[in-house]
Structures are given as C-alpha cells and as structure tokens.
Design a protein around this ligand. Structure first.
Ligand code: GUN
Ligand code: ZN
Length: 435
C-alpha cells in the first residue's frame, strides 16, 4: 500500500486544556503541516516540507490546504436504532421512551430493517466526521449483527452491544436474564476484537432490567473484564423515582449498578445529570465515565449536566450526541449545545477544551488513547478535514477571525456536516466515497 501524506493545517491534542486561556503545551498545531500515513496508521505529524523531503518522499499527497485536519470525532453514546426517532414530539424521558422509542426499536425484529438502518447510520456518521462511537443496538441479536457487519466492512473503530432489557417495556423488546446472557456471550465471541470492533455489555438502564438480569450483566463483566459497559444514569427525576420504587433497598440509583458490579473504568454512564454527592463519590471512586449528552438533555428536557461539579470530584467525562434523544449527528453541533449548557450555569467551555473532548478526551474516556483520537505515531489514521468557510454565513464571519481558537469556536458554533470536507477512516478517504 502506498504511503499517504495529508497536507493541511494539522491539530492534535496531548492533554486536556484546562480552564482559562488554554496553554499551548496541551496541543500541537502546524500551519503548513502534514500527516504521514502507512497501512492505515499515523507514522508521524510534522511540517509538510520536512515530511516531503524525508520520510514522506514517495507518498501520495492529498492536499487539503487551507483546511484544518483534526483526529476523527468520537461519539461516546448513540443509539443507532433511533435514527427514525429523532425529533419526536414528547415531553420528558419516560413518555418519549414509551410512545416513540420502544415502538421504533421493535421494528428491528423485521427482516432487513437492521441492515438498512445500519448502512444509513454509518453513512451519516462519516458525513458528520464521526469515526468512532459507543453505540446501543436493540434487544434483537440481529441488530448487533447488522451493526458490526457494516462497521467491519467499513473498517471503523466501533464499540457496541445488544441492549438487555427484561421488564417494563413491550413484549417485543424483552429478553430474559438467560437469553440476554447467552446472546451477549455469543456476540462477544463473534465480534469482540474482530478487526476494529469492540463489544460493550449493555443493560439498557435499571428500570428495564430485573435484579436477575443485572446479576447476569455483572457475571458477564466478571467473565470478560476487558469489555466496556454502557447504560443510563440519573437522566430524569421520574426515572430516578421509578428506580427507587423498583430497588427500595438501594441507597440510590448509582448504587444499583455498584451493587451488581457494573461500575468500573470501562463503564460509560449516559447523562449523569441528577446525582447526589454520594453517587458522585461512587462514580469517581470506580473511575466510571459520566457521558454528557447536550442536545438530548435539552430536547428531552432532562436538565443541565454539571461538568465543574463532576470534574472537581475527579469524575471522568465524555461527550456524545445520544441520537435519537439527541437532535444532531454532528459533534460540532453537540459541542455548541454543550457550551450553552455550561455557560448558562456560569461554567466555561474553551474551544480548545471542547475539541480536545471530541477527540483525545473521548478516546481517553473509552480507554482508547493511542488507538484513536490523536495523531500520535502508531494511532489509527482516522482524520477529519474541516472547512470553516463552508457556508456563506461562515465565510463572512471568518473575515474577522484571526486565531485558531477563534476559528474552532466558530466551527463549533456555526459548523455542521457542511464543514466536514473529507473523512479518513484508517487512512481511507471515506466521505468523498459516499457521493
Ligand atoms: N434511558 C433508557 N433508554 C434510553 C434511551 O434510549 N435514550 C435516553 N436518552 N435515555 C434512555
Ligand atoms: Zn441513551
């Protein structure tokens, strides 16, 4: 395979740019830079002139000047079966789930439906510059087969799992503790570590699992401790009250997951909005990850994610779209809404920090640092090429933009898939290939 040299303004992060004016040690930005890619991996990032005359002498050059090249975006919480739920007119979470989401997810029992939606889903991720995601499938095994088959075909780094749910949902969406366990185990055997695919143990949330199923989920994690776990936590007050009714012995919602051994450094907890100090301490102590889903939290009216409070208590965090509670596939739109949620609480979200989060920050949250999310040598070459002048409104605003930081801020405030010029998946141009 020929080496590739991607030329443009390259930006990658080394660490989290913390509050205030983010320091330049946390990132590398090269104006006339390039990435040398070999066999789908980053060999090095340097000045174009240096790479062109040395290691990249024989490489094929893809010239993306004057655009910005950043690592592919990572979405840490998304439901691929909810593509046709986005924008459903419901008040709050439980109504939204019962009226729309559970209805739509039942269609994944239909022949051909999971395959069709999976294919459209990955097109949409690519179109928006998302190259890695932690995704929920449905309760149906076929939904997972369709998801991983499509991701594997496209060679995309994905984390996903069969939703386990055995109560409080329509019969067409229920498994049993045993069938949930057996199906999950078979899917792990087939898909975990197959190419770039990773399996996540996925009990939907405490209200839809019996104690027996949560017990089985914990048993799966003890058998496969390297796997991710994904679930929902503390999204909505009625949901929390329901958990209190279902698990009256439990100190709080978080303790349900703790009790069944489901917390840990690879556990992704969607939402984490309404938490007590004791819950935050348990999440921090277990090194679990709180996943911020701004567009969803606003759309479903769930509440405001308190990033400062969580970070002060050393809770790891990530950011995500949460399609179909969320309203956009775009991580740029997601950062924008995240900025607003934090701003309304008097918290700052510097654009360097938000771009860090959508790339290296989320890679760290998924324990995938060095694999995706940065241009460190050896990382998988997933890259997004961004054009901050993609629309007429962006072009006129860019006339007054003078710095990289201002450009990032504009990209996240006004940008969307139109600003995603090209996407490389393991070194392969993939957005242009869609058209
Ligand atoms: N809680 C349980 N399931 C879901 C879901 O599909 N979306 C959201 N936003 N919250 C949930
Ligand atoms: Zn969700």
């Amino acid at each position: 395979m020929t080496d590739i040299l991607l030329r443009g303004r390259v930006l990658t992060f080394h660490d989290e740019p913390l509050a205030g004016e983010a320091s330049s040690e946390t990132y590398t930005y090269i104006e006339d830079g390039a990435l040398l890619i070999r066999n789908g991996k980053i060999v090095m990032m340097d000045d174009y002139s240096v790479l062109r005359t040395d290691a990249g002498r024989d490489a094929e050059v893809m010239d993306h000047r004057p655009h910005l090249i950043v690592p592919g975006f990572i979405d840490c919480h998304i439901h691929y079966p909810q593509m046709q739920v986005v924008g459903s007119y419901a008040g709050a979470l439980l109504e939204w789930l019962n009226k729309y989401t559970f209805v739509e997810e039942q269609k994944f029992a239909n022949q051909g439906h999971p395959e069709r939606i999976a294919s459209i889903f990955f097109d949409e991720l690519i179109r928006h510059g998302t190259t890695t995601a932690a995704a929920y499938c449905t309760v149906h095994k076929a939904s997972v087969q369709a998801f991983f088959t499509e991701a594997h075909k496209r060679n995309m780094r994905m984390i996903a799992g069969k939703v386990m749910m055995d109560r409080n949902a329509p019969p067409g969406l229920l498994d049993t503790p045993q069938s949930g366990y057996d199906d999950t185990k078979a899917l792990i055997d087939e898909w975990h570590g197959q190419g770039r695919q990773l399996y996540a143990i996925t009990p939907r949330f405490a209200p839809t699992s019996t104690p027996e199923q949560l017990e089985m989920s914990g048993a799966l994690l003890r058998e496969f401790p390297e796997l991710h776990v994904q679930t929902h936590l503390g999204e909505n007050l009625a949901e929390i009250a329901f958990v209190r009714e279902l698990f009256p012995w439990s100190r709080d919602y978080t303790h349900v997951y703790e009790h069944y051994g489901l917390l840990g450094p690879k556990t992704l907890l969607g939402h984490c909005i309404h938490l007590t100090d004791a819950e935050i301490a348990a999440i921090a102590g277990s090194r679990s990850v709180a996943v911020f889903c701004p567009t969803s939290n606003l759309f479903i009216g769930s509440g405001l994610f308190d990033l400062d409070r969580l970070q002060k208590s050393n809770v790891r965090n990530a950011i995500a779209t949460d399609i179909g509670g969320g309203t956009s596939y775009s991580m740029l739109r997601t950062l924008d809404e995240g900025y607003k949620i934090l701003n309304i609480q008097g918290q700052r979200y510097h654009p360097l920090r938000s771009f860090y989060q959508a790339t290296l920050g989320n890679a760290r949250a998924l324990s995938l640092e060095g694999v995706v999310g940065s241009f460190t040598p050896g990382a998988e070459a997933d890259c997004v090429v961004l054009d901050a002048r993609a629309t007429s409104a962006l072009r006129v605003r860019m006339e007054t933009v003078e710095t990289l930081i201002e450009e990032l801020m504009l990209l996240q405030t006004m940008g969307d898939d139109r600003s995603v010029v090209e996407v490389y998946v393991a070194g392969k141009a993939s957005k242009s290939a869609l058209d």
